[in-house]
Design a protein around this ligand. Sequence first.
Ligand SMILES: [Mn+2]
Length: 237
Amino acid sequence: MESEEQREIKEGALFVADSHYPHHGDAFLILLKKLQSGEVITPQLFLMGDNFDLLFGYNAYVQTFSSEAIAILQKLSKQIELYYFEGNHDFMLSKIFPTIKVYPRESQPIMFNLNGQRVGLSHGDRYALGFTYDLYCRLLRNRYFITILRPFGKWLIDNRIDKLKKKKICQTMEQFEYRAEKILQSYHNVDLVIEGHYHQARVIGKYISLPSLACQKEAGVIHNGKLVFEPLLGSSL
Ligand SMILES: [Mn+2]
């Protein structure tokens, strides 16, 4: 088993969250292509969840919408260190990405080191959200439940995609400081927390809410041992 000491965030590591591909722009696919061509270089790629707007294992149909991005990720994972923190839109991914280190929702947060600092990483939908949401998530990630739904699969997925396309995902949350404070209470003994999910692109004390690649068109990059937000795609968008 990998130990925490071995899990080190490296200089130049990239943190990409909430691209919501393909329904909210192509930024994720463009970035993956730049990583593949070497135009963007990183020793370590942290995919922090919801980079796919809808993707899960044990269903071939849902994968047809993102097949190009899936294929590039499968190749990239053999060249660079790649971690996938499952989100609420993309889960049961280890079947699709056998060579990526996938962290499902129930095993998050995962602790990493960054220059001696203890950093808690998670997609961010686990805390401060309530019991019904939790139950819904667990049901949706149950292999048998997905199998039972299979005869209705295409209809359900098309229906869900119609709704997801119309969803407004880029909003500034009022009083986000309070939520950040509440989330931090769920983490113990950490120097820093890095999460996606809320699309806020803010640093509040120990709490970092990553930018959404779909909204701010930015990602987190480790520069001189610190996480900064950076646009990676230049004028290509
Ligand atoms: Mn999310």
